[in-house]
Design a protein around this ligand. Structure first.
Ligand code: ATP
Ligand code: MG
Length: 290
């Protein structure tokens, strides 16, 4: 198998619970792949199988050409894993936790000390850095794990790693906007089954057959109540207020009808443009049906 990650009918059963159900996943070298799915869909279970941290019930899995179950050391040598809740040692202080992690990552001691101070300061834990993590509130632990600005920086870092070093990335996330920003392909897993996988734009076309017409309308003038008129047009499924206008989800091309509503109300048209389905649309469609 030449792909970086390849699974064939990968299945994990916890007693009667089918956590991952015949998953066929392919991630090629150099890709940034978004792995999406609602709570309990099987994302973490899949990742644990890819890392050799839990054994598949059946099916095949290969990571960098190795079998994670039998060659887990080879896989771990080649794969970095950033878990959703980085575990901290409760009986160490925040500072000691960070220093310990730095040591594991072979960061030289004085650099580690300098960066620990810097990072604690950044997440506003400088004053609490010497307290034991077990005394921390949930929010403090989250900040120690990663601050919100940090999330953006991590995404940039992922993108840099991918572009500069051709590192293949699998990103499992609920943050659709972010996934959409950096992923070239996505897979959506629901109830253990991969219901769709492909390039962002192709997914949009394939999935939203029934309501593929999306428009953004912006007008100037007295537009109160225009929602009702728009909603009344045949083929308009949903009208959603956006900061600068209305987003229309439609089953057909309704631009002429929209224009006639605008002129009937004596408004001026600022823009009426078609919008590609966003990942959010795709996601919502599937997650509603899940
Ligand atoms: N160790 C376990 N023993 C029994 N059932 C488990 C175990 N781990 C996971 N499951 C079940 O398998 C299913 C998939 O769980 P998993 O953690 O893979 O979902 P997830 O997609 O990562 O969800 P989330 O988005 O909430 O993290 C769930 O129904 C879960 O309850
Ligand atoms: Mg999970």
């Amino acid at each position: 198998m030449s792909a970086v990650v390849e699974t064939k009918n990968l299945t994990k059963r916890y007693r009667e619970k089918l956590a991952v159900n015949a998953l066929n996943l392919t991630i090629e070298e150099g890709e940034v792949f978004g792995f999406l799915g609602p709570n309990g869909a099987g994302k973490t279970t899949t990742i644990l199988m890819l890392l050799g941290l839990t054994e598949p019930t059946s099916g095949e899995v290969s990571v960098c050409g190795f079998n994670p179950t039998h060659q887990s050391i080879e896989v771990k040598k080649r794969v970095g894993y950033l878990p959703e809740n980085p575990g901290f040692y409760d009986d160490l202080s925040a500072r000691e936790n960070l220093l310990y992690m730095a040591r594991l990552n072979r960061i030289p001691e004085d650099e580690a000390r300098r960066r620990t101070t810097e990072v604690l300061d950044q997440v506003q834990l400088a004053d609490d850095g010497r307290r034991l993590v077990k005394e921390y509130s949930r929010g403090m632990k989250q900040r120690l794990g990663i601050d919100p600005d940090g999330a953006i920086r991590i995404l940039e870092l992922i993108q840099d790693l991918n572009r500069q070093h051709n590192i293949t990335v699998m990103l499992s996330s609920h943050q659709l906007q972010q996934v959409q920003q950096i992923c070239s392909r996505v897979g959506i897993i629901v109830k253990g089954k991969l219901i769709v996988q492909g390039a962002m734009d192709a997914l949009g076309r394939a999935i939203l057959k029934g309501r593929e017409w999306n428009f953004l309308l912006e007008v100037s003038g007295q537009a109160e109540g225009i929602d009702r008129d728009l909603q009344g047009i045949n083929g308009v499924d949903e009208v959603e207020k956006r900061s600068h206008g209305w987003f229309l989800r439609c089953t057909e091309d309704v631009r002429r009808e929209v224009l006639s509503v605008v002129s009937r109300r004596g408004l001026s048209l600022l823009q009426l443009r078609s919008e590609d389905p966003t990942l959010e649309e795709i996601y919502l469609k599937y997650f509603r049906e899940a």
